[in-house]
Ligand binder design. Structure first.
Ligand code: NAI
Ligand code: AKG
Length: 413
């Protein structure tokens, strides 16, 4: 049976990783769940004058290494188990990148596509008021994720600054540049993924120029990635959004699609000859990048995947059963906790710049990002080869070991 419960499958791999590293039941018991999970009800005055109550979450996995860090998702399907799993994945990303953070994640059940600008502002501010006791620049630092963006970060930062009565740019990352954002943060997740594609293709001996790339999702991660791959000479033959997918074996006109997409990453609704997301996932290509949501590559389609490399820009797009199937087929899988770490790495740079009040050039940000991503890739790939474990397990082992060691040295276990 395919296990699509993202928390349970995360716990299975965390346990395996900790056992392989030599830790026992007590460490597993501590790290398999977030140390804190806050559920909040947020009253929001809607434009029609009525009050609607939204349910929100903030999970903090573990702060033995440092403050917790991770995005906030606004989505109708977000739920407690997903937010818990996402907070654990954030710990693993921070561990692989060697950032001084543990993982955190937040979510609010809502559909921003059906809300006005002012309703979204009131919800964003209400969420910050509701979680303000457990977050802060040295406690837990939010950031953007699915259907949240720099404008929402600006409102959240402003609300937190009002509560604390001083300007607090380091409370949140992914802010607009004029409010202390970092150059390069907006496209950082995609840039990190592009760096991982370079490394993976080098391992497989496939040149980037002329390669065929398929990307599921055309939001922040997917659209910038399509542009970077196109600029690098690859042929982006298919992209998709929640409504469907576009395919052209000669390569799509990425500039045109970037120009036409809306702020939620939707564009395929403007075209007639679309294919389905399932058809997109099984297209013949060199690199397949799921960059949308969880549980897209599952036991029911994994044996039909024809890509040579899968690079997970999305969090949790491949189930555990599917991981086994694609690995057995010889597909090189670059797991989410490694592949999509570019976002949190540049968020870390943003926080460092906020703390020191001195801002870097984009070239500096890019060079540091590349160095950290490549170092992370090498650690995971080498462990995978040395211990003969799949890339996901190797990534979990690299990602959790610093945190486990910090927990042990602090004497918590
Ligand atoms: N924004 C960031 O900095 C980071 C994002 N990620 C992950 O990358 C993924 C995408 O995030 P963003 O690009 O920020 O989100 P976004 O909200 O900007 O875009 C999401 C895209 O996925 C599409 N989509 C949604 N549901 C879909 C479905 N059922 N089937 C196909 N496509 C669907 C949307 O239409 C849109 O094109 C998520 O898993 C997110 O957690 C990971 C690291 C950092
Ligand atoms: O930029 C950050 O702090 C977190 C990004 C994020 O939520 C993620 O990597 O899933």
């Amino acid at each position: 049976m395919d296990n699509n419960n993202v928390l349970t499958s995360t716990q299975i791999v965390i346990e395996e990783a900790l056992r392989k590293l030599g830790y026992g039941d007590d460490m597993i018991d501590l790290l398999k769940e977030p140390m804190r999970m806050l559920t909040v009800r947020i009253p929001v005055r809607m434009d029609d004058g009525k009050t609607r109550v939204f349910l929100g979450f903030r999970a903090q996995h573990n702060d033995a290494v440092g403050p917790t860090k991770g995005g906030v998702r606004f989505h109708p399907d977000v739920n407690e188990l997903e937010v818990k799993a996402l907070s654990i994945w954030m710990s693993l990303k921070c561990g692989i990148a060697n950032l001084p953070y543990g993982g955190g994640k937040g979510g609010v059940i809502c559909d921003p596509r059906k809300m006005s600008f002012r309703e979204l502002e009131r919800l964003s501010r209400g969420y910050v008021r509701a979680i303000s006791q457990i977050v802060g620049p040295n406690k837990d630092i939010p950031a953007p994720d699915v259907m949240t963006n720099a404008q929402i970060m600006a409102w959240m930062m402003d609300e937190y600054s009002r509560i604390r009565e001083f300007d607090s740019p380091g409370f949140i990352t992914g802010k607009p540049l004029v409010l202390g954002g970092s150059l390069g943060r907006e496209s950082a997740t995609a840039k990190g993924v592009a760096i991982m594609i370079d490394e993976a293709m080098a391992k497989k001996g496939i040149p980037v120029a002329g390669s065929r790339v398929v990307i599921q999702g055309f939001g922040n991660a997917g659209s910038f990635l399509a542009k970077f791959m196109h600029d690098a000479g690859a042929k982006v033959v298919a992209i998709s959004d929640v409504h469907g997918a576009l395919y052209n074996e000669q390569g799509l006109d990425i500039e045109h699609l970037m120009d036409r997409r809306d702020s939620f990453g939707t564009v395929t609704n403007l075209f007639q000859n679309t294919i389905s997301n399932d058809e997109l996932l099984t297209l013949d290509c060199d690199v397949l990048v799921p960059a949308a949501i969880e549980n897209q590559i599952t036991a029911s389609n994994a044996d039909r995947i024809r890509a040579k490399i899968i690079v997970e820009a999305a969090n949790g797009p491949t189930t555990l059963d599917a991981t086994r199937i694609v690995t057995d087929k010889g597909i090189l899988l670059i797991p989410d906790v490694l592949a999509s770490a570019g976002g949190v790495i540049v968020s870390y740079f943003e926080w460092v710049q906020n703390n020191q009040g001195y801002y870097w050039s984009e070239a500096e940000v890019d060079a540091k990002l590349r160095e950290m991503m490549v170092r992370g890739f090498n650690s995971v790939y080498e462990l995978h080869a040395l211990k003969k474990v799949d890339m996901r397990l190797a990534a979990y082992m690299v990602g959790v070991r610093k945190m486990a060691e910090a927990v042990r040295l602090r004497g918590w276990v």
